[in-house]
Design a protein around this ligand. Structure first.
Ligand SMILES: Nc1ncnc2c1ncn2[C@@H]1O[C@H](COP(=O)(O)OP(=O)(O)OP(=O)(O)O)[C@@H](O)[C@H]1O
Length: 226
């Protein structure tokens, strides 16, 4: 579990460009404390997903400094990345569930990859699936899940390793308002238990329901509202 205080992430004058294209993030600076809660918002194309990809170490900055758990992203060895990523849960916009696995197996996958025996995770996976309201969808495959059910399965998979940081890209994009409210409660509860939560969203009503720090991106620039 994350220590109670301290900085989990620091960005200093970060710039990002794809190939030879224009900078899609410019002079982005902020810190994310352990156990904090923040939204990343801004119009379509503003750079929210790109920012999450930097946070997940799937992109490196073109300039500036990105520090994750006190490691400099520019110099992290490829062999260290998996261990750092295990401390970060991510919910992708397109879920990325594996079609040949059941909901239960998808959620258990990060633990299987870590070599944990099923007898040691069966209860946790079952409890988490109940918690996200998928207890009765455990044995079906993603093809028969609704958009909202897939979303909850992807959230459960991101949480099963009890990450110190949770990144979620539009986690309420496919659900109706009551379910969005429930998912938000889940993120707030997770945050209460010590996880830093970073949610990229367009959903104003979500941000109104739980007031927290906002990172507003606009054409690659960031404004931070505490
Ligand atoms: N792989 C890529 N190659 C080139 N340009 C990219 C790539 N991914 C994103 N971009 C560009 O970077 C900019 C920021 O995109 P990004 O997906 O980060 O925005 P976003 O705020 O998440 O948008 P949305 O809300 O629509 O998901 C856009 O101009 C986009 O076209």
């Amino acid at each position: 579990m994350a220590p109670e205080t301290g900085t989990a992430i620091r960005f200093e004058n970060v710039g990002l460009r794809y190939g030879l294209g224009p900078e899609v993030l410019r002079d982005v600076s902020f810190e994310i404390e352990n156990g904090s809660f923040q939204y990343v918002t801004g119009p379509s194309g503003a750079g929210k997903t790109s920012l999450l990809r930097l946070l997940f170490l799937s992109l490196r900055p073109t300039r500036g400094i990105v520090r994750i758990f006190d490691h400099d992203a520019a110099t992290i060895g490829r062999d260290v990345v998996p261990a750092l990523r295990r401390r970060i849960g991510i919910v992708f916009q397109d879920f990325r569930l594996l079609d040949h696995l059941t909901t239960y197996e998808n959620v258990a996958l990060p633990l299987r990859v870590l070599g944990v025996d099923e007898e040691n995770y069966r209860r946790d996976v079952t409890e988490l699936l109940d918690w996200v309201g998928l207890g009765d969808r455990k044995w079906v495959h993603p093809q028969v899940l609704s958009g909202g059910e897939k979303q909850r399965a992807a959230i459960a998979r991101a949480l099963i390793t009890r990450p110190e940081i949770l990144l979620a890209d539009e986690p309420t994009g496919n659900v109706d308002p009551p379910l969005a409210k429930r998912l938000l409660r889940l993120f707030v509860e997770l945050n209460r238990l010590g996880t830093s939560v970073i949610i990229a969203t367009h959903d104003l009503s979500l941000m109104e329901q739980h007031d927290a720090r906002r990172f507003v991106l606009n054409a690659g620039h960031i404004d931070v509202y505490d």
